[in-house]
Design a protein around this ligand. Sequence first.
Ligand SMILES: [Zn+2]
Length: 407
Amino acid sequence: METMTSLPEDGPQEKFEEFLRTYKNEQGILVYWSRLQQMSIDDETSLAVDFQDLVSFDRVFTILATEDPMQFLNVLSKALVGVLHVEDPEYVNAIDTSLLRIRIINFPNRVALRAVKTKHIGKLITATGVVAEASETNSLLIEAVFRCRICGGDIPQTQEEGRYTEPPLCPVCGKKTAMQLIQELSRFVDFQKGCIEELPTDRPRGEIPFSMEVRLEGDLAGVLRNGNVIELTGILTAERTKDKLATYDMYLCVAGIQITGHTMPQVPTAESMQIESEKQLEAFLVANPSPLGVGLTCVGRQVPTDTGRIDLLLEAPDGAKVVVELKIGEADDDVVAQIQRYLVWAEEEFGPKSKVRGVVVANGFNKRMLASLKGTRYHIQLIHVSDILPEQGINSEGMAKKQSKLN
Ligand SMILES: [Zn+2]
C-alpha cells in the first residue's frame, strides 16, 4: 500500500484545501467555497462533498479513498478545519473542531446489500436501501475522563469502537479500583443506529430482503427516518459478536447520506406487493402509530390468537386495546369477520372491563365490507392507506385507487 509520504510535496490536505477554495461547478460557481462561508450562519458542522467533483479536480483522491478511507476522511476534515481557521476563526474557536467533518456522497463503489461481504471490511462503499429501523438519537461517549476513587487522579481514556472501556488500573497510584466517569470532562457525540433494507426492485421476487446495520454520528444522527429511501456512503466496519466466538458483525459507519425519496418503490406484481407492502406498512406503523390515533403505543405485532395473527396490537392512553388489521388492496367483508374474531379474542384476553376497538387500514373498502360492518357490536374505524403514509406512500398500479374518504 502506498504511504502518505510517497505523495508529491503538495499533500492531499493542501490539495483538498485548494479544492474547497477553487472548485467551480459547470455554471462557474464556487459551490463549496460559498457553502463553507455559510456554515457558521447556518450553524452547520459538516460539509457534503460530491466525490465526482473531487475526482474531477484531482484523481489522487480516488487512490486515497480506496486505499485508506479512514485517513482520507480525516485528511479532508482536517483541511476543512484549516480553511475555516483562516476564513471564519470566530466560528472555529466557538465550537469543538472535532465535530467539523467533510461528508462524502456519490462515491462510485456501489455495493448491493446482498453483495456485501467480508472483503468490503475497511472499505468505503455506497449502499442504497430503505430505512427499516431507526433508533432515537443517543449520546455516545467518545473521550472519557475517569477519576480514581483511591487517589483522585483523572485518567483520560478513549472509547474505542463505541465500547465502554475503563482503564484497567490507575496510572497515577497504580491501584486497581472502580473508576468514576467525570461527565463534564468527557466528550460525547450524538449517535443514531438503524437498519436499511434492500429495495424491492433490488432483490429477486419472493426473496427475503437483505439488510445492513448502519451507524451515524454527529450531525448525521437523527437523519434516519423509517421509510426513507437513502443512499449511504461509509466504511464497512466489523465488530465482534457478543458471544465467545471469533465472529464479527458488520455495520456501515456512515460518512455521507443522501435521501433519495420517501416513496416506497413500485414492485413488479400486485401479488408480491401484497406480502411485502403489508410488512412495510406494518413496520411503518410500529414506528409511527400516530396516524391510528392519539397517544397510541404499539404493544405487539403479529400477535398470535387462536384464529390467526393480529397485525398490530396497540394500547390507548386510557388502557383500551386497539386491534389493527392491515390490508393492501381493497378490504372485503372477510376482513370484518377476521377483525371481529380478533376483537372477541382481545376481549377475553384482556378482561371484560378493558375496552377493545378495531382499526382496518386498507386501500379501499367495498360495499359488502361496509354492509357487514353495520352488523358488528364493536367499534371499528376505517383508515385509508394513503392517509397514513407520507406523501405518495405505498403506491402502485396494482393497488386500488384512492377512494373517497369514509365517515
Ligand atoms: Zn489512583
